[in-house]
Design a protein around this ligand. Structure first.
Ligand code: BGC
Length: 381
């Protein structure tokens, strides 16, 4: 084995360890164990963490001769936690959906929160909680899990949670909400619509009696009519001539557009031009000031995942290698690095407010596992 592949194998195993060590007894994954504001579980982060473990278990399970791989048990516990958390909000979610169907803005006490403690308690007030991408991503991740492990029938509580989440999303999809960065709560975000689209599609696969075809087609039309920039790229949000690296998700993994669709290609080209300094990571968007607006490791890995899907392996590998070089001496991967900042004055105020940049961030480690698996780089244990 070469030095690179030994180091890679070590970082891969450390990534698994970081994730598994930070799953709480309830099944929730803490976003980051070291930053107090992130010692909560998000559907969004968890969806990708669960997907990484799903892929990992897929390989390892061969050695388990048909028994559930340990990673899959962890994924199971996470999805079970999500299902319980969602079902506990059932009456609220139904009220929110009923309001949206009548053309009213739902009461913010009725929405599905973004951030929960390990015991499913909502995080302290003041957080931008109304985010519709998370439940969509959860549905996508649950379906990927069920498909990989061939698990049937769906436990009754999970089926109920799928219906609760999908009905809620189908009713609210056009309602402005915070995006996956927990910003711009007055806007409709194209990446959020991609996650909702994928979530509804997943719900249909999980519970065949559900049918959201009309809503999914309406979302697609809406994005084509309102979600493009004058240059023909996907827009960050309706009405903005701006891209955001989160638009990668519209294709990979959410599939609202094919990765090689010309619109997606134009979007990625603009992300490359504006948000990806040569040989570095990827900024979220040009107006980012969070911790100075550095380059995000998980976005570099996401761009790598996109390139892996379109068969541009060299580009994917270069991004993976850059991400690997950001690991600290313990092998921990952070949320972002501040070697290149869009708004350097923004860095210190955030350090004073929240402490140093989140590290390790479980979601980053998950993206690392996903890209290694997509590129077939890791030997099975
Ligand atoms: C990010 C979110 C993420 C959360 C926890 C926030 O700063 O913008 O996307 O879910 O951190 O990792």
């Amino acid at each position: 084995m070469s030095t690179t592949s030994t180091l890679r194998q070590r970082l891969y195993e450390h990534s698994l360890r970081v994730i598994l060590d930070n799953q709480t007894e309830s099944g929730a994954f803490l976003a980051c164990p070291t930053m107090p504001d992130y010692q909560f579980s998000w559907f969004r982060d968890g969806a990708f963490i669960a997907y990484a473990l799903t892929l990992d278990g897929d390989q390892v399970s061969r050695h388990y001769e048909g028994r559930m791989a340990a990673q899959w048990e962890n994924v199971y516990r996470f999805h079970d936690w999500c299902a319980q958390t969602i079902n506990a909000r059932q009456a609220h979610l139904r009220r929110a959906a009923a309001a949206a169907h009548k053309g009213r803005t739902p009461d913010m006490n009725d929405i599905l929160n973004a951030r929960y403690s390990a015991k499913s308690e909502i995080g302290p007030a003041g957080w931008p909680e109304f985010q519709l991408d998370g439940p969509g991503m959860w549905l996508w991740s649950l379906q990927a899990f069920i498909q990989h492990i061939g698990y049937a029938p769906l436990p009754a509580a999970w089926e109920q949670a799928v219906i609760n989440a999908a009905d809620y999303l189908a009713a609210l999809w056009r309602t402005p909400c915070y995006d996956c960065w927990e910003e711009r709560g007055e806007d409709v975000h194209i990446s959020t619509l991609g996650a909702i689209f994928a979530g509804l599609q997943a719900a249909e696969a999980l519970v065949p009696s559900l049918n959201y075809t009309e809503t999914r087609e309406a979302i697609r039309r809406y994005v084509q009519e309102h979600g493009l920039t004058p240059g023909g790229e996907l827009a960050k949000s309706v009405g903005l001539d701006m891209v955001d690296a989160n638009l990668l998700s519209v294709a990979v993994p959410h599939g609202l557009f094919a990765p090689d669709d010309p619109t997606m290609r134009r979007t990625v080209a603009r992300i490359e031009r504006e948000l990806h300094p040569t040989g570095s990571g990827v900024h979220r968007h040009l107006e980012d000031t969070y911790y100075g607006g550095g380059v995000w490791v998980l976005l570099a890995l996401w761009l790598g995942w996109y390139y892996a899907e379109v068969g541009e392996r060299d580009k994917a590998l270069a991004l993976l290698e850059w991400a690997e070089a950001q690991a600290d001496a313990d092998g921990n991967l952070p949320e972002q690095v501040n070697t290149v900042m869009l708004a350097p004055d923004g860095y210190q105020p955030w350090v004073e407010q929240r402490g140093t940049i989140a590290n390790p961030l479980l979601w980053t480690h998950a993206k690392y596992i996903i890209l290694c698996r997509k590129l077939n780089l890791v030997a099975n244990q």
